[in-house]
Design a protein around this ligand. Structure first.
Ligand code: GLY
Length: 567
């Protein structure tokens, strides 16, 4: 096709668009938004714009992170939040790296068997819907931790755009209207009053978030304590307790986000910096990529039979280990160095065969001496000073527990479902957990969120992450491989069809239409079970790639309303 379609929504020097199909000699290549020096890619155009405005004002990537995260809390209530939590991985322009854990915690009154009935069976929806599902939120404290360490602009400048947006209102997209409709029956189950989202909202309507604007103003004027000790805390605790929940004022007062050492490992000549426990993302991806490393996967071809076999078997082994070893590092000892060592991983791959699928029933976690949601959201930011961040934030399920504190204007998470409520029983993502991820007061639940930064030749190369519960890890890994091994650009790498295996259940989930019947048949012949029926999308990756000429290419996932903007 000799067509050149360039959709540039340029505002002064700002470029804002989804992607551009341009002609190369062989085939039409999809190229993402290209900019010279700075970029934000997030789930909503409004949030990306707000982040970029902060960068243009001279703020750094951390300032823009705060503004973007708060804007997502307004524009993307599906997953953006102040009632949830998240993780952020960073790399400063002088190569320093770090990670922030603002994950939710179990309340003080939580207990190991709190979701089980007298027969020891899981009580339906108790960990997913309603007040008992809520973990103590971490987002607001996390943003203040970032600000204390790295912020440069006045905090009020960073939060004001979200406040203005909340008062002005946000236009509902088609996808958002569908989601609201889909979840309305759950909103009425989880709340004792009719909530804002129960009106007959349609695409192109504008929702104003007045109570949320007021909560944000209190944060602007009185800092993190307004959320953890002040009026917002009071509104939140009163409502949760009225609905039968167990979170107290003491839980909120005690909450603290924590700086963590990220998981760092090499893959060929890349250095990968990813999230450490209580996320499983960094460790699992290290295990998967290290298992693939000895093979010339580029030669096998993208999404070829051999590539899918190799990746699947690496994933199977990594998720088996995840289920046994991983949990909150403040509560359990995790043999991180061994889990990500090449020697251990090669031992784990020793029984891999090209001829036949390993079956998960015969594979357990490895011997060493010694779950999650679709409804998360990721954003990546690079500033013109050369700093980069990768942040993933979540309410867990869509709109979290569906509990909406009407007087404060926001949803509360259902992150408690990411614990293993009963050893060996799957959570809402089908993930199996063991003692390491059992519930305990003040413990953080295991996550799959995988905010990741990749370095090449000691320089920033990529910032990448995704929502998607257990599929986050494999979406991030496939995106890195798509660029590095298979030579795709950032937007193409994001767009390509994805697949996923997580040990149990023992099947490969594949995005429909992305894989040929012949390929699926060949996989089935080798003993792989394929699942496509219940899957519409896998992950929703947002990423930024530094090209050899120094420009930045955005990858904003077409699967959502995601948008890359930069200058
Ligand atoms: N709740 C999604 C995750 O943390 O993985």
């Amino acid at each position: 096709m000799k067509k050149i379609v360039i959709i540039l929504c340029a505002l002064v020097l700002v470029v804002s668009c989804k992607s551009t199909n341009i002609q190369n000699n062989k085939k039409a290549k999809t190229i993402g938004v290209l900019v010279d020096s700075a970029m934000v890619v997030s789930a909503r155009e409004e949030a990306s714009k707000i982040g970029v405005a902060i960068l243009k004002k001279g703020g750094n990537a951390f300032d823009a992170m705060i503004a973007t995260e708060l804007a997502l809390a307004v524009a993307y209530p599906f997953a953006g939040n102040i009632g949830g939590g998240g993780f952020m991985v960073y790399r400063t322009n002088d190569g320093k790296t770090g990670a922030l854990d603002y994950r939710e915690k179990a309340p003080l009154a939580a207990s190991k068997n709190m979701y089980l009935n007298e027969n020891g069976d899981i009580i339906f929806q108790k960990s997913t819907l309603g007040a008992m599902a809520i973990g103590v939120p971490g987002t607001v404290d996390g943003l203040f931790k970032v600000y204390e360490k790295f912020g440069t602009l006045p905090f009020s400048d960073l939060i004001q755009p979200a406040i203005d947006l909340a008062y002005k209102g946000v236009i509902i997209t088609e996808k958002q209207a569908d989601r609201i409709k889909k979840y309305q029956p759950y909103f009425s189950k989880a709340n004792d009053t009719t909530i804002l989202y129960e009106a007959n909202w349609k695409a192109n309507d504008t929702i104003k978030y007045i109570q949320l604007a007021k909560s944000l103003e209190r944060i602007r004027d009185n800092g993190r304590d307004s959320f953890y000790k002040g009026k917002t805390a009071e509104l939140l605790v009163n409502y949760i307790q009225k609905l039968g929940g167990i979170i107290t004022k003491e839980d909120l007062e005690k909450y603290e986000a924590k700086w963590r050492k990220p998981i760092e490992f090499t893959y060929k000549d890349l250095k990968i910096i990813s999230m450490s426990p209580p996320s499983s993302g960094g460790i699992c991806n290290a295990q998967i990529l290290k298992a693939i490393e000895p093979f010339n996967i580029a030669e096998f071809g993208h999404n070829s039979l051999k590539s899918i076999q190799l990746i699947t078997e690496a994933e199977r082994r990594a998720y088996a280990d995840r289920s046994f070893y991983l949990g909150d590092p403040d509560f359990v000892k995790i043999p991180i160095d061994t889990l990500i060592s090449s020697k251990y991983i090669q031992q784990r791959m020793a029984n891999f065969s090209w001829k036949k699928a390993t079956t998960s029933s015969t594979l357990k976690h490895g011997k060493i001496i010694g779950y999650e949601s679709d409804e998360t959201t990721h954003y990546s930011i690079v500033d013109s000073f050369g700093n980069s961040i990768s942040a993933t934030t979540t309410l867990n399920g869509a709109y979290g527990s569906k509990v909406f504190v009407s007087e404060a204007g926001f949803f509360l998470n259902n992150e408690m479902d990411d614990f293993s409520a009963k050893s060996g029983t799957p959570n809402m993502f089908g993930l199996i957990g063991a003692e390491a991820n059992a519930i305990a007061p003040e413990k953080r639940m295991l996550s799959s969120m995988t905010p990741t930064i990749v370095e090449k030749n000691n320089q920033f190369y990529m910032s990448v992450g995704s929502p998607g519960g257990s599929t986050i890890i494999t979406s991030v890994m496939q995106t890195i491989l798509n660029v590095y091994e298979f030579g795709f650009g950032m937007q193409e790498a994001v767009n390509l069809p994805r697949f996923h295996h997580q040990w149990l259940p023992d099947f490969i989930t594949m995005e429909p239409k992305g894989f040929t019947p012949k390929l699926i048949k060949n996989l089935e012949k080798k003993g792989y079970k394929i699942q496509q029926e219940n899957t519409t999308i896998i992950g929703k990756v947002d990423a930024i790639l530094r090209l050899p000429n120094g420009k930045l290419e955005g990858g904003a996932d077409y699967r959502g309303d995601d948008t890359a903007i930069g200058f």
